[in-house]
Design a protein around this ligand. Structure first.
Ligand code: NAP
Ligand code: ZN
Length: 348
């Protein structure tokens, strides 16, 4: 065991605070990583505050990790000390179910091991995430990261990037498609950049007028305020694909009405409470309401390579770890432009 520094929440009500964490010694297939940067995903907040239930305290959040390899086990062939690497939302899976065989580890039928607040495949050892100085991960779940792009801006690709890239690919969004992105936060701004890079005509649907100029700079072609009823009426039957990244309860029916015939709305945001959906909204127009969870390891590598090739990174605000609680509060009020990333050097 190596004791490392981290930040943890001890309960749903308490702010995150310094915590000493034990990491395993790297085994034969393991890579030990010194974490340089870790993005702050809204899922970290949902989990730290137990909004989805099931949080195991103390919890060390963080699943947008970029760092340098510091040690490798004897079977590790893909990485060497000093390599730049990333870790996303998963650190292991069973490896033999049908989904794992099809590179869909995130849907592992035997339960994937999430990067934090989850269990390793022994189903006993609790996982702790990236708000820490080091992490040890089995090599299959470690991603190669190009040194061409600024690493602090690459970190959010490990969750926000893949979570938006994967459904755009799966539902075959192509040049000329009319795509709407609901909610301009961490996921939303990556959805705008990636959909625009694929040639889609992108509209941001936001409740924050202050984000209009940013939306255009991020690559959106249009910006519409969802708080104005006239806008929502005018936009009926407009879009082929809607990416919903909203983290809080909202009425899906309002957005389904904006889909064209055969249109698809993918839910990425995970509000803690369920929401009623009107059958007639789906039936009238043969619309689909679907969901998607991050992406598999192979696809995450593909996305990282795609972003390096197309010069796509996240727009970030770099913070020190002792600003994490303030960053959570600002994320909750929508005051994030467009991802907080922790400079892990501040942990020392
Ligand atoms: P975020 O940065 O906080 O962005 C969410 C955005 O949603 C806000 O910036 C805001 O945009 C909008 N919003 C928030 N509350 C709203 C409300 N009450 N009504 C309408 N709009 C609201 O969060 P994030 O990190 O992008 O994560 C978004 C959600 O995705 C979270 O629930 C997270 O847990 C989930 N998530 C899912 C996956 C997956 O695999 N499916 C992966 C990662 C995260 P505007 O100001 O523009 O309206
Ligand atoms: Zn995330």
């Amino acid at each position: 065991m190596t004791t490392v520094k981290s930040y943890a929440a001890q309960s749903a009500e308490k702010p995150l605070a310094p915590f000493q964490l034990n990491r395993r010694e790297p085994g034969a297939d393991d890579v030990e990583i010194k974490i340089l940067y870790c993005g702050v995903c809204h899922s970290d907040i949902h989990t730290a505050r137990n909004e989805w239930g099931g949080t195991m305290y103390p919890v060390v959040p963080g699943h947008e990790i970029v760092g340098k390899v510091t040690r490798v086990g004897q079977n590790v062939s893909r990485f060497k000390i000093g390599d730049t690497v990333g870790v996303g939302c998963f650190v292991d899976s069973c490896g033999h179910c049908q989904n794992c065989e099809e590179h869909l580890e995130q849907y592992c039928e035997n339960g994937s091991s999430q990067t934090y607040n989850s269990h390793l495949q022994d189903k006993k050892t609790i996982t702790y995430g990236g708000y820490s100085s080091h992490i040890v991960v089995t090599q299959k779940f470690v991603l190669s990261v190009s040194d061409k792009l600024p690493l602090e801006k690459v970190a959010p690709l490990l969750c926000a990037g893949i979570t938006t890239y994967s459904p755009l690919k799966h539902w075959n969004v192509k040049a000329g498609d009319k795509v709407a992105v609901v909610g301009l936060g961490g996921l939303g701004h990556m959805a705008v950049k990636i959909a625009a890079s694929m040639g889609a005509e992108v509209t941001v649907l936001s409740r924050s007028k202050s984000k209009e100029k940013d939306a255009q700079e991020l690559g959106a072609h249009h910006f519409e305020l969802t708080t104005e009823k006239e806008n929502m009426d005018r936009l009926k039957s407009s879009f082929n694909f809607i990416i919903d990244t909203v983290s809080a309860e909202h009425d899906y029916n309002d957005y389904l009405a904006l889909l064209r015939t055969n249109g698809v709305m993918v839910l990425l945001g995970v509000p803690p409470t369920p929401s009623a959906v009107s059958a007639s909204r789906l039936i009238g127009g043969r619309r689909s309401l679907v969901g998607s969870l991050v992406g598999g390891i192979k696809e995450t590598q593909e996305m990282l390579d795609y972003c390096a090739e197309h010069n796509i990174t996240s727009d970030i605000e770099l913070i020190n770890i002792d600003q994490i609680n303030e960053a959570y509060e600002r994320t909750l009020t929508g005051d994030v432009h467009y991802r907080f990333v922790i400079d892990m050097a501040s942990l020392n």
